[in-house]
Ligand binder design. Structure first.
Ligand SMILES: NC(=O)c1ccc[n+]([C@@H]2O[C@H](COP(=O)([O-])OP(=O)(O)OC[C@H]3O[C@@H](n4cnc5c(N)ncnc54)[C@H](OP(=O)(O)O)[C@@H]3O)[C@@H](O)[C@H]2O)c1
Length: 325
């Protein structure tokens, strides 16, 4: 596994407000910590369980580097459950209303929350759970945050939207545009289509298509949008894996980079690279080619189809969500 280089020493998030979803543990927690160590404030932890967020807040603020470099740092906790529609819309409404009430913007959004499931599971929305959390809810949250992000762009700083994806998008069952006579995204709710690793990679591939189409509609002078994969990192991601899968997981994790390096990839994507990264994939701290299925001629058609089908689902949740983008 390539070793992740150190952040350029000049990297700073001084005075930037940063939202990190899924930040009570793992890469999200480490990204919140590194952001604070580099001067970010306020940092917003959007977590499924507020008590876990409160605990994370305490340890973040007790970190000696944060205390030294960013003694007045503000960390706020918000509840965000991405397995339900209401969990996403309620979070976004409260978060945006709070910023408006305080006259604040949002400089950086890191959409990190994600899951891998070894077995087929249906989310409360009725959609397969990985499709729901890693693609549909992430897409919805991106759209809901756009106006706040765009209004926070100034001549000195362009707001940032970063989505965490994965190299596993290169190894999925989606190789080319499926026949047009059915809704591909909704077809993934059929249990017969589910395979653990395939579904994880597929969720990431779908959100990459969505992000790239979004980048054609939202220019980089308004918001710089990119996606990041830190490579294999030991976190709690495989917490639900059955005992028989652990030897494989341990073998895959041999030689993996530490979680702090993964967090550095996140920070680099929002602080070290600029407009040149709009709509692109940042892996191991380098702009990296996507799988051909994303960028070839078929991919360009597929990108529009995934966007349209995703908007079709989201429009039923928030009518008109796609209009005006
Ligand atoms: N670790 C890797 O090797 C690797 C590689 C490439 C990409 N990634 C991506 O990195 C991101 C972070 O993963 P991680 O490795 O740090 O895993 P992790 O330690 O399991 O953290 C995942 C975070 O997402 C949150 N989350 C899960 N379901 C949620 C939901 N329904 N609503 C809101 N939050 C939810 C979790 O909250 P709870 O603690 O409450 O469950 C947790 O905070 C994911 O998008 C993952 O796909 C990871």
């Amino acid at each position: 596994m390539p070793s992740i280089p150190d952040l350029p020493p000049s990297t700073t998030l001084e005075g930037r407000s940063v939202l990190v979803t899924g930040s009570n543990v793992g890469l999200g927690y480490s990204a919140a910590l590194l952001s604070l160590q580099l001067g970010a404030s306020p940092v917003y932890l959007a977590v499924r369980t507020p008590a876990k967020g409160d605990k994370a807040r305490e340890t973040l603020l007790a970190d000696p580097v944060v205390k030294k470099n960013n003694p007045n740092a503000v960390v706020k906790v918000y509840q965000l459950d991405m397995s339900t529609w209401d969990g996403v819309t309620s979070f976004a409404s409260k978060f945006i209303a709070d910023r408006k009430a305080a006259g604040e913007g949002l400089d950086v959004a890191m959409l990190n929350a994600g899951i891998i499931n070894m077995a087929y599971e249906v989310a409360p929305t009725g959609n397969e759970a990985v499709l729901q959390v890693n693609h549909l809810s992430t897409a919805l949250l991106s759209l809901l945050l756009l106006p706040l992000l765009e209004s926070s762009t100034t001549p000195a700083h362009t707001a940032r939207l970063m989505i965490v994806t994965s190299g596993t998008h290169k190894r999925t069952s989606l190789k080319a545009n499926p026949p047009e006579d059915f809704n591909y995204i909704l077809s993934l709710n059929d249990k017969k289509t589910f395979g653990a690793m395939d579904r994880y990679g597929l969720g990431k591939l779908l959100i990459i298509f969505f992000l790239r189409e979004l980048c054609e509609k939202v220019t980089s002078d308004k918001i710089i949008i990119n996606d990041v994969c830190p490579g294999m990192i030991k976190t709690e991601l495989n917490r639900n894996a059955p005992f028989w899968a652990w030897p494989v997981i341990w073998a895959m994790q041999l030689g993996s980079n530490p979680v702090e390096k993964g967090a550095a990839c996140y920070v680099a994507a929002v602080a070290s690279v600029g407009k040149e990264s709009h709509g692109l994939w940042y892996q191991y701290m380098r702009l990296t080619p996507y799988a051909p299925v994303v960028t070839d001629e078929e991919g360009k058609k597929l990108q529009k189809r995934i966007w349209n089908e995703t908007l079709g689902v989201l429009d039923k949740v928030v009518p008109g969500i796609g209009s005006g983008i």
